[in-house]
Design a protein. Sequence first.
Length: 346
Amino acid sequence: MTQLRTLTLEAPGSFSLAATVLSHGWHECAPMSWSQGGACFQVMTRAGDEVRRISVSERERSRDRVLLRADVEGRNLSREEVPGVRDDLRVVLGLDQDLAEFHELCRSHPALHVVPRIGAGRLLRARAMSENVLKAVCATNVNWTQAVKMINRIAQLGPVFPHFRSLNAWPRCREILRAGRDYLVGVARIGYRADSILRLCTEQLSGECDLEALDDLARTIPTEPLRKRILALRGVGPATSGFLLSMLGHHDHLSIDSATLAHVSRTHLSGHRASRAAVEDIYAGYGRWKNLVYWFENWITWDTARQLIENAPTSATRTKPASRTRPAPRGKAARRVSRSSPGPRR
């Protein structure tokens, strides 16, 4: 018989559960999900071999804080688990990140001024960095729809929540290795990525690498040595490393892939072809927030973001953009912008 315990989490007043969950695609991937009608985020976690279903919703909102309700369900659920669940959710939802400086930057940006108004700015992540890394490897060199299918098939290797065979917790490395290459290629259909997934799981189990240690490293070392550690992981390239760095709170290294180039071409260069050098120049002035600036420039064009913007309170204040709405591009990118676009709006 399953038990239920309810706990409360306090988030900053600048936080929105919907904007946080929907501003990144992880909510489409098991063991996470989002109920739009119920405005509820759900994730399956595990305590040993027991699976927990955690459902999070906003309970109360004021100017200075947001109270979240988290219902934790599962067998053999003890009170001693509750503090750990609360701590894990704070990581998953980025509740301890200080985004005041980023939000201030957004308020003077011609497009991103809506980000603080709707409570966006945080990136949803799994509590375990091993899960984030394996999912990120699955998402390389493939469209997002296929990536979601791959990830969800791997998730089926995890244990299930009682009486709900479609609700799996994320499998441990040992469980993925037990399924082996035949499952990863023949069922999950992840192709060549199977070699990287199996290698990462093997090294994690042997202690050759410790993916969970990345969180502690992110708090103690600068971005560049952290990036080198991440790039040393099998199957992780430059674009994926930038994505994982942002999950770890390091936003000062751009994640540049074909989608980034397309966004910059469309948004900053009036359709002209974007180079990696141009991308770096355009976002250089945003310093430690540049990857987050890029990401939310892109995200606010999505239908999910537009819906949040349309439904946001109209009474929220907006700072008038400064005379220079983004740091001026330099070098070749500056010349390119001056020929092909109006440049920074005045």
